[in-house]
Design a protein around this ligand. Structure first.
Ligand code: NAD
Ligand code: TYD
Length: 338
């Protein structure tokens, strides 16, 4: 199979390229990425001498770039997105441009090229806050921030291409994913790298918001399985089903690093904070997927990677990152009651 993997230089995309080339020695990948602040060519260093991989720097919203590439492949796997909730609250434009308009350009190119598969990588965040129980694939979409709203809009567009045009789409909705190469704006790499520098861990509100953390390799295996064995037009939830709140996550990270719990600092809450995500992934289990990493192994492998790969994250936590950090956390810190 020949794949076009978009967003291949980001966190999950780069892990997917690594995982897929290892598991499918006869397949090849064209990797496309715009290289936004979150895209990093260094994440793909493992492909440098691999003739099965070719990198193209382009925007998924660029018809002229995307059209000919879809003609060359059997399947498209779309990771390209603006992906951070806090940034979507500060600057939503890019979220609509990439997650909705760019996705539409990619879908149209895939339809015209007649690709055999279009896998859209989506998120549990489209179900919004789930106060109790588990959201299955039929649960209503109820996004509550511009990021998740743009992803939900994208999901509906993808499904419309199945119903209207018969484009053989598959959607995966993954839980909060952690592991190597995650940009340190997301909670886990932010907390680990702050802790390594003895800096405060900013906990939004009471720190009781629950997430279901999934190891990136397990997520990549699920996407590869859905790509090959998923039914056209179908959605597959990908959850680990082991929930933890922010304070518990921070506690485990600080314990693993031998740092004091006093590094936790409660700050103002995220507007529209979803206090719980939780999914029923039994449909994916029927395809044969099981996670390999439990929560302890997921957090430990992640913490150790950042501990051992300071040369990867330290250059990122400078310049534009620090500007974003001040912009996002300044007002939250100002809202903190001592
Ligand atoms: P990321 O922000 O690390 O990577 C996104 C990548 O997309 C970057 O390399 C960026 O340069 C690229 N990109 C952005 N806009 C682009 C454009 N217009 N054209 C081409 N490339 C563009 O994100 P991630 O965490 O790896 O997430 C990948 C996908 O998985 C996203 O669609 C996200 O919604 C979804 N997802 C993420 C998680 C998670 O916990 N990280 C969970 C479930 C689903
Ligand atoms: P995040 O990694 O941004 O993922 P999500 O898109 O699921 O919100 O945040 C995960 C949880 O951690 C979420 O409940 C918000 C919380 N959080 C903090 O408490 N402090 C932080 O600095 C960040 C980034 C997140």
């Amino acid at each position: 199979m020949r794949l076009l993997v978009t967003g291949c230089a980001g966190f999950i995309g780069s892990n997917f390229v690594r995982y897929y080339l290892r598991q499918h020695p006869d397949d090849s990948i064209i990797g496309l990425d715009k290289l936004t602040y979150a895209g990093n060519r260094a994440n793909l260093a493992h492909t440098d001498n691999d003739p099965r991989f070719r990198f193209v720097q382009a925007d998924i919203a660029d018809r002229d770039a995307v059209g000919p590439l879809t003609e060359e492949v059997d399947a498209v796997v779309n990771f390209a997105a603006e992906s951070h909730v806090d940034r979507s609250l500060l600057d939503p434009d890019a979220f609509i441009r990439t997650n909705v308009v760019g996705l539409h350009v990619l879908l149209e190119a895939a339809r015209q090229a007649g690709v055999q598969r279009f896998l859209q990588v989506s998120t549990d965040e489209v179900y919004g806050h789930v106060p109790a129980g588990l959201a299955d694939e039929c649960a209503p979409l109820a996004p509550r921030n511009p990021y998740s709203a743009s992803k939900a809009g994208g999901d509906l567009l993808v499904q419309s291409y199945w119903h209207s045009h018969g484009l053989p789409v598959v959607l995966t909705r993954g839980a909060n994913t952690i592991g190597p190469y995650q940009y340190p704006e997301k909670v886990t790499p932010l907390f680990v790298t702050n802790a390594l520098d003895d800096q405060p861990l900013p906990i939004y509100g009471q720190g009781t918001a629950v997430r279901d953390y999934l190891y990136v390799e397990d997520h990549c295996a699920a996407i590869a399985l859905a790509l090959h064995a998923g039914a056209a037009g179908e959605v597959y939830n990908v959850g680990a089903n082991e929930e933890v709140n922010t304070v518990e996550l921070a506690t485990r990270i600080l314990d693993l690093l031998g740092k004091p719990q006093t590094l936790m600092q409660h700050v103002g809450d995220r507007p529209g904070h979803d206090y719980r995500y939780s999914m029923d992934s039994s449909r994916l289990h029927t395809l044969g997927w099981q996670r390999r990493y439990d929560l302890d192994a997921t957090i430990e492998a992640t913490v150790r990677w950042y501990q051992e790969n300071e040369s990867w994250w330290r250059p990122i936590k400078s310049g534009a990152f620090l500007e974003y950090y001040r912009r996002n956390y300044g007002p939250k810190l100002a809202g903190t009651t001592p």
